[in-house]
Write a protein that binds this ligand. Structure first.
Ligand SMILES: [Zn+2]
Length: 626
């Protein structure tokens, strides 16, 4: 529909060409006269005729306007539907549009009334127009109600407020009065719309880019989780059942402790089997024991991963001021009470996980730790032959799988015994080292015979080294301390002192410091003041408050053990010939750690950096590949 005939601006401002005879809208129009021509009957008739024609033309225009309004509302609602389904372009608000048009009509009406005196014809015409207006108003109200109460009425209002005040393509009646202005606003509207479409496009691209990035991140996370799961599954495969051809084996580990086997003993040409084991497996050049470097604290450290100050077995012998009892390692009636053993050893951990364990003479295994027993326990027997240990290992390993333990821990005291009795450089210990190596060779051959070399893990460790003693490296304890002031002496060859009167502690310490000032082979420490932190030997009341620590190879002797002056005068030999318990970082106190098996996926002959023995066996499986 052409836009020009739809002009609804006030009649006085209307373009005269719209009422000219040449106008196709009103071809029978006789003349064009002003509303001011009045008075004569002819003129009146003429005026009536003219007014009738004008009114006819005007009515046509109004009807067309009404049709246009209907169409406009319909168009608006269609556009609204399109906008909702896609574009976010502003939607014209029929409410505002109608309000403005009603305002225009009202304006026109008031101008019409002001054009001249009213007559009956005019009144009649006005009545008719009033009726039409009423109908139009009713129709507009209905449309308005639809627009307002429709589901998008409010949205349209908001959009109108935000974007329809300028540049409306449907336009306001006042805008139509100035086509240039309308064009300018229309152009502005198009520009605005383009800009908005551009912004929408950029927003669309940004949103989709963010979605793509988020999807990529999710994909990477999922990929990483998949890889991690796959890696864990492959690790589980190592831990899953393995067949040696005749039976299925759950992950199984043999742990053997060679008491007192100093790290450098493998370099004496006496241990072909251990040297082959090192080449086949993974090992550090040595493993550091815990302080003090004695058997019971270190075996429980090996079993728990805790320092002695944490697991409570702080020495082979010690006094507990709270229990008011003394721990003495060689007296099982005292030492094998769970109140002394305060950590969780690996056999308890395994039993709690439903695994079976077999513990052959490991220090503490008879102590009912945490009231959980190993499935199989062999009591300590210091005279047991090495061949018997080999038999015990295979007794356990050859059990049917429902009975077979997955951890077999064996304790071998022979090297330590010969080290104490004959010294670490004795002929006797050389023989014992060879015998222990032979014992290990039988175990490895037994595994090979059973096709278990790559199925069963084997770990060989020791708890400390050994240092040679000599009567020339002894100190008479009574020369340093008035033992009448001491209630308990702990440890050996270290000496822990507990004064009867705690108030004497500082005085005894000061006296000791003064007396040992010229004895570089002795150190004196107060547990709570100057004990070296690296020893982790202070945070437990079972540790005596005052200590005399001899340098490696030195020892303190009480008078009832040996009268030092007489012994030195007579040239007596001090026994034991070998001792340990010294500074755990001294080279003569170094222990060993060698491992092989499916839990150690290291290349053969892998070398690790030296480490402390605080590795719990369950942690050993996590050692880093070299
Ligand atoms: Zn030992």
């Amino acid at each position: 529909m052409p836009l020009h005939p739809l002009n609804t601006s006030p009649a006085g401002a209307r373009d005269q060409s719209l009422l000219s005879p040449s106008d196709y809208y009103d071809a029978d129009a006789a003349s064009i006269r002003s509303d001011q021509d009045t008075d004569s009957d002819d003129d009146e008739r003429q005026l009536r005729a003219r007014n009738s024609r004008e009114l006819l033309a005007h009515d046509r225009l109004v009807l067309m306007e009404e049709d246009e309004l209907d169409q406009l509302v319909t168009e608006t609602r269609r556009r609204q539907q399109r906008e909702r389904s896609g574009s976010a372009l502003p939607i014209p608000n029929p409410l505002r549009l109608l309000t403005r048009r009603m305002s225009d009509v009202s304006q026109s009406r008031s101008r019409s009334r002001s054009t001249g005196p009213a007559d009956s014809a005019d009144d009649l015409a006005l009545d008719k127009r009033g009726m039409r207006r009423a109908r139009r108003k009713a129709k507009r109200d209905r449309l308005l109600a639809d627009a307002q109460h429709g589901e998008d009425g409010e949205l349209m209002y908001e959009m109108e407020e935000g974007g329809m005040k300028e540049g409306s393509s449907t336009g306001e009646s006042s805008d139509r009065e100035d086509s240039d202005e309308a064009d300018r606003k229309g152009l502005l509207g198009v520009t605005e719309a383009k800009a908005k479409r551009s912004r929408d496009c950029r927003r669309w691209l940004l949103v989709h880019a963010l979605i793509i990035v988020a999807f990529a991140i999710l994909f990477l996370l999922a990929w990483k989780v998949t890889i991690e799961t796959s890696r864990r599954k492959s690790a589980q495969v190592v831990q899953s059942m393995l067949s040696n051809g005749t039976a299925m084996f759950a992950p199984t580990t043999i742990l053997i402790s060679l008491d007192g086997f100093r790290a450098d003993f493998v370099n004496r040409g006496l241990t072909p089997r251990l040297n082959a084991f090192i080449r086949e497996g993974v090992s550090p050049p040595y493993m550091l024991p815990s302080f003090p470097s004695v058997t019971f604290p270190n075996h429980f450290t090996l079993a728990t991963g805790l320092y002695p100050e944490a697991h409570g077995v702080v020495g082979n012998t010690f006094w507990d001021p709270n229990l008011r009892e003394e721990f003495y390692y060689t007296d099982p009636t005292r030492s094998m009470n769970p109140k002394w053993w305060l950590g969780e050893p690996f056999w308890v951990t395994a039993q709690k996980q439903g695994l079976k364990t077999a513990i052959h003479m490991w220090p503490g295994s008879e102590a009912h730790v945490m009231s959980i027993e190993p499935t199989y326990v062999d009591k300590y027997n210091g005279k047991e032959k090495l061949s018997r240990k080999v038999d015990r290992v295979f007794n356990f390993l050859d059990m049917p799988d429902v009975d077979r333990p997955q951890i077999i821990a064996a304790y071998v005291p022979n090297v330590d015994g010969d080290g104490h009795k004959f010294g670490p450089n004795s002929t006797e210990i050389r023989s014992t080292i060879q015998k222990v190596d032979t014992m290990l060779d039988k175990i490895f051959k037994g595994l090979e015979d059973r096709n278990l070399t790559n199925i069963v893990n084997v770990i060989v460790v020791s708890d400390h080294g050994m240092a040679t003693t000599d009567v020339s490296r002894l100190v008479q304890l009574e020369d340093l301390v008035d033992l009448n002031k001491i209630s308990h002496t702990d440890g050996w060859p270290l000496v822990g002192l507990r004064p009867k009167n705690p108030d004497d502690l500082q005085g005894i310490y000061d006296d000791l410091k003064r007396k040992t000032k010229d004895m570089p082979h002795l150190d004196v420490y107060l547990r709570d003041v100057d004990m070296p932190e690296r020893w982790h030997f202070s945070r437990n009341e079972r540790i005596a408050p005052l200590w005399i620590i001899p340098k490696t190879g030195w020892s303190l002797v009480k008078m009832d053990e040996m009268n030092l002056k007489e012994a030195q005068a007579q040239g007596l030999v001090y026994h034991p010939r070998g001792l340990h318990g010294y500074d755990n970082e001294h080279p003569l106190m170094r222990a060993i750690f060698i491992a092989r098996g499916p839990a150690f996926p290291h290349k053969a002959n892998s070398k690790l950096e030296p480490f402390r023995e605080w590795f719990h066996p369950s942690v050993w499986f996590c050692t880093t590949e070299d």
